[in-house]
Write a protein that binds this ligand. Structure first.
Ligand code: LUB
Length: 216
């Protein structure tokens, strides 16, 4: 099965912790990731406004100056956390693609994998909260939803070509509907149950949606 269009979605740079022979650079990259993860924990729990750079410094037992060395502003740190939220998805895509399923099954397993990441991964959770708080953050955050929509639409076009979609189902409309349903499901699960049930909630929503778009 041809590779999904990996060129387009999620154009974000993952943080590289091993930068080659220079141990100093390695240490700097590891410290940068440590600070980002601590910030993600605080942003996920308290939000952007109620998290200070001092809070982040205290959590990693570093001076504020040392934190500012890696992230000159709290906004820069928020952008980095949101970018790492999206940097999770190319890895998930590569893993699911390697399993070699048909395009519609690939869509189903991608979103099931994303649901588990929303339940278990603090950087994913923090990125989602910061995207909700975009109006409070004076910085250029990645545009939400569009990369997932483009990725799923590409796979669903292949599903249509493979006869996996019901006649008359538009791949673009199905992609937008799946993204909207996933966003809503994870958000409600977050507000009501801190996403402890997001995998189960998404599974039941997915069951209904894939019944309505798929031939099998
Ligand atoms: C996804 C969220 C929550 C889309 O793409 C995004 O930005 C998303 C966070 O903003 O759901 C659904 C896969």
């Amino acid at each position: 099965m041809p590779e999904p269009d990996q060129a387009a979605p999620f154009r974000v740079r993952p943080i590289i912790t091993r930068r080659g022979p220079d141990p100093k650079q390695d240490r700097a990259a590891r410290t940068k990731l440590l600070v980002l993860t601590a910030a993600a924990e605080l942003f996920a729990a308290r939000g952007f406004r109620h998290t200070s750079m001092k809070d982040v410094a205290d959590r990693v037992e570093m001076t504020k100056g040392a934190v500012y060395f890696h992230y000159p502003t709290k906004e820069t740190l928020a952008v980095a956390v949101v970018e790492q939220h999206y940097a999770r998805w190319p890895e998930l895509l590569a893993d699911v693609t390697a399993e070699g399923h048909g395009p519609l099954e690939t869509v189903a397993r991608l979103l099931a994998g994303a649901a588990a990441a929303f339940r278990d991964d603090i950087v994913v959770q923090a990125g989602a909260r910061l995207q909700i708080e975009r109006p409070q953050i004076d910085a250029e955050l990645p545009t939400p939803y569009v990369d997932w929509t483009r990725l799923l639409a590409g796979l669903l076009e292949r599903a249509a070509a493979a006869g996996e979609l019901r006649p008359g189902v538009s791949p673009q409309a199905a992609a937008r509907s799946l993204v909207a349903a996933f966003f809503g499901t994870q958000h409600i699960s977050d507000v009501l149950h801190e996403r402890t049930d997001v995998v189960e909630r998404w599974s039941e929503t997915a069951e209904l949606l894939f019944r309505s778009i798929g031939t099998r």
